[in-house]
Design a binder for this molecule. Structure first.
Ligand code: PNS
Length: 177
């Protein structure tokens, strides 16, 4: 492929890519943040989409808290928007006219579940999922493990942004009352 002075490919503008990174973000971890920063570098526009009612579990943090934490932690990434959605990701992806879904992969067991999810989403929306490998230092970090360790008194400051740690500390104090 050849690029001319305007960055056009063969006389056409390069394709703009809008990617969606969906998740529960209950709460945002440094592993999520790393994937978001790298995906924002790879695509023109990245929508970080919080699922309102994740399957199988009640979120510990309200949608407002999750949205606020994400927005505060992403002020340094200009091409990222934080949004939320209800229902099927495939419907949301189509409504947003997204080109691609982004997911992070930590370990092989993630791949097993993500593969069927990606195929189902492509079948429903005709949109592919692209995977970014998590940084090795976050390969064991998940929102659920971070919550469990934190609420049992462990130090999770290496695994979540300080904004998130503050919100978690307030939540723990409120729960003790
Ligand atoms: O951070 P999580 O909880 O691992 O994210 C899971 C998420 C939100 C990506 C997934 O649960 C999802 O896509 N939910 C929307 C409902 C949906 O589309 N389900 C069918 C998937 S094929």
């Amino acid at each position: 492929m050849s690029f001319d002075k305007l960055g056009m490919t063969n006389g056409r503008l390069p394709r703009a890519t809008r990617a969606i990174y969906p998740g529960s973000f209950d709460p945002l971890t440094n592993g999520h943040l790393d994937v978001i920063e790298r995906a924002a570098g790879a695509f023109n526009e990245l929508i970080v989409a919080i699922v309102v009612n994740p399957q199988k579990r009640n979120p510990m943090f309200t949608l407002e808290d999750r949205e606020k934490m994400l927005k505060e932690c992403l002020t340094h990434v200009p091409n990222v928007r934080v949004e939320h959605f209800r229902g099927l990701l495939a419907d949301y992806v189509r409504a947003q006219e997204a080109d691609v879904i982004v997911k992070g992969l930590r370990v092989v067991s993630d791949f097993e579940s993500e593969m069927s999810t990606a195929l189902m989403n492509r079948s429903l929306s005709n949109v592919d999922t692209m995977f970014l490998m998590s940084d090795a230092k976050y390969s064991f970090v998940s929102s659920s493990l971070v919550k469990e360790v934190f609420f049992l008194g462990g130090d999770v400051s290496a695994f979540v942004p300080s904004v998130v740690l503050d919100v978690m500390s307030r939540k723990r104090s409120a729960l003790k009352r």
